[in-house]
Design a protein around this ligand. Structure first.
Ligand SMILES: CC(C)(COP(=O)(O)OP(=O)(O)OC[C@H]1O[C@@H](n2cnc3c(N)ncnc32)[C@H](O)[C@@H]1OP(=O)(O)O)[C@@H](O)C(=O)NCCC(=O)NCCS
Length: 179
């Protein structure tokens, strides 16, 4: 599988065991983890988790990416595709974090690269994900992509974005990921 997915200023590459410390520090940073499920354990636990995950990656059941800058190859964040439903019916993505070293367009590029990979390479028809209701900026962000609310709880909003809606978004915004 193509292990580097390139945008204009960033790329996605599959996680490695050596990334455990980086992921641990991101997930335990109060600036970033306010709206994320709570991280537990140590760097070693994170390493073990990556080991287990690699089995799922090999089966094509899950993909965990490290987001890097193209100019200096610095790691700037993470994201993960998981919960693949039916026969390419829908995928979920999350574990989305960007740190202070990000480029200005990292958020829009990283989201578009997820959709490019999942809709155009893996051929999924739709995408689902949930966002904490208090994570106002991220909710706005996904609505601009054409994502629709399908359900809610006291805490979360559940979204869906179809391949067709993303196609419309891509036509208007392809400049963000084209070199
Ligand atoms: C979620 C997260 C990765 C988003 O990254 P971000 O850089 O904060 O994203 P932003 O919404 O600020 O978007 C970055 C830029 O892209 C722009 N942008 C976003 N969508 C756009 C669109 N559709 N068209 C044009 N520009 C767009 C924004 O306007 C912003 O530009 P600005 O810097 O000029 O204001 C980051 O905030 C983070 O790590 N948060 C903590 C963890 C978290 O909550 N994760 C999500 C869990 S669901």
């Amino acid at each position: 599988m193509n292990t580097q997915i390139k945008g204009r200023t960033i790329s996605l590459r599959l996680v490695r065991k050596e990334d455990a410390k980086f992921i641990y520090s991101l997930r335990n940073n109060k600036e970033y983890n306010q709206h994320l499920s709570q991280a537990s354990g140590t760097v070693k636990d994170q390493e073990l988790w990556i080991n287990e995950y690699k089995n799922r990656e090999n089966k094509g059941a899950e993909y965990y990416f490290i987001i890097e800058r193209l100019d200096n190859e610095k790691r700037i964040g993470t994201l993960r595709l998981y919960d693949f439903i039916g026969n390419k019916e829908s995928f979920c993505w999350g574990s989305w974090i960007l740190n202070q070293d990000k480029t200005r367009s990292s958020a829009i590029e990283s989201a578009m690269l997820v959709y490019e990979f999942a809709f155009k390479e893996l051929h999924f028809a739709s995408c689902h994900f949930d966002v904490r209701k208090k994570n106002i900026n991220v909710i706005k962000f996904h609505k601009k992509f054409g994502a629709e609310i399908t359900n809610e709880t006291n805490l979360d909003l559940f979204f869906q974005l179809t391949k067709t809606s993303y196609g419309d978004f891509f036509t208007r915004n392809n400049k963000f990921i084209e070199n």
